[in-house]
Design a protein around this ligand. Structure first.
Ligand code: NDP
Length: 270
């Protein structure tokens, strides 16, 4: 039995079991199953993974940086980003990958090249997105409520700010990578400051999926084109699935996962 799972806190909302199991079932890859495991303390991540005999997993909020630290080897983007969202067992070692960055870029591909981008939050997801933007030469500013996580971005030459040092100017794409709105109704930034950015922006994307967060609702009020994290979820999951089941047909897996999420064929902005 190939046991896979999503590990994080919270995980009750996660649609990863639905989409991975749909692809496993339809491709006839049993015996394999994808489950969910609540890991409250990030320090326990690896021991939970090992104790359950998982072959692979996806690591979500707030443990992606711990996932980087606790794997035996981080490869590709995970190595550069310092955060892993996918673990795969290779012999007696656990290899960490990051599929968030390419997943996000695929999800926002229809907007072309934005002039200036504002990333709210500075956790594992923000790192992945900021590195992807920087690789493309896009102008990115990372705005976090506290300064403690900003050194990573500064070292890469990415602009940073905190709620005390709000950046001025116009950003045409604003991305919420904070968990504000995931379990509560909070905004990722104090409302007057956020509204000031949204009034002048064209696109707003929230990494959170499955709901209209207060951030997305406010962006829609200001007439922005918006997208929740559904397309990103599907895109990063397809790449993770390839690590779990090498050789699987990417386009077919992508369609199965989109169908399971009831996502339209094309990425929709609304
Ligand atoms: P992390 O825990 O690594 O980072 C969270 C960040 O959010 C930190 O910078 C933190 O700031 C900030 N933050 C948390 N709460 C608030 C708040 N109330 N107001 C303002 N800032 C806040 O999380 P991840 O990067 O792993 O995940 C972030 C979100 O992205 C989650 O909601 C997750 O579900 C979603 N996600 C979706 C994916 C998809 O496929 N659609 C993929 C990956 C993530 P501070 O440093 O001050 O604590």
């Amino acid at each position: 039995m190939k046991l896979l799972g999503i590990l994080g806190n919270p995980v009750s909302h996660s649609l990863s079991p639905l989409i991975h199991n749909a692809a496993i079932g339809e491709l006839g890859l049993q015996p394999a199953v994808y489950t969910r495991l609540l890991v409250e303390n990030g320090a326990d991540l690896r021991s939970v993974f090992d104790a359950h005999g998982l072959f692979g997993g996806n690591i979500t909020v707030p443990h992606k940086e711990e996932a980087f630290v606790q794997c035996d080897e981080a490869r590709g983007l995970a190595q550069r980003i310092g955060a892993a969202n996918t673990w795969v067992r290779e012999g007696d070692r656990v290899i960490g990958y990051n599929t968030d960055a390419p997943g996000f870029m695929e999800a926002i591909a229809p907007i072309g090249t934005p002039k200036r981008t504002l990333i709210l939050g500075a956790g594992g997801t923000a790192k992945a997105i900021a590195v992807a933007f920087s690789d493309r030469g896009w102008d990115a500013t990372v705005l976090n409520r506290s300064a403690s996580r900003l050194d990573f971005f500064k070292a890469l030459g990415i602009k940073t700010a905190t709620w005390e040092t709000l950046p001025g100017g116009t950003f045409d794409l604003v991305v919420n990578t904070t968990s504000a709105g995931l379990k509560d109704d909070s905004l990722p930034l104090e409302k007057p400051a956020l509204e000031d950015y949204l009034k002048r922006a064209r696109f707003a994307v929230d990494a959170i999926y499955g709901k209209v967060t207060p951030f997305l609702a406010l962006a829609r009020q200001h007439g922005l084109q918006t997208q929740d994290g559904g397309a990103m979820l599907a895109a990063q999951a397809v790449l993770a699935f390839e690590h779990f089941f090498p050789g699987s047909e990417r386009a077919r897996v992508a369609q199965m996962m989109k169908d399971a999420l009831q996502l339209p064929k094309e990425i929709v902005w609304r």
